[in-house]
Write a protein of this length. Sequence first.
Length: 83
Amino acid sequence: MKFQEKVLQTVKKIPKGKTLTYKKVAELSGRPRAWRAVGNILNKNKNLKIPCHRVIRSNGKIGGFNQGIKKKTALLEKEKAIH
């Protein structure tokens, strides 16, 4: 399985109301130092069934989102993942 597919499968398993960091997604996908690649993969993802908004930066900040930061923040607040 390609790294991209592993990343998307990992993110797909993040439960509602929970988040993972880009670094943790990279680790769970088999490439612990590839957190930037994880961000690039998620930025290009158009499949709405993959909850890319549940991946945040290691410092607790929201990070990027291909639908915009406001949308990501709203989705995380709705899921009670952030307050």
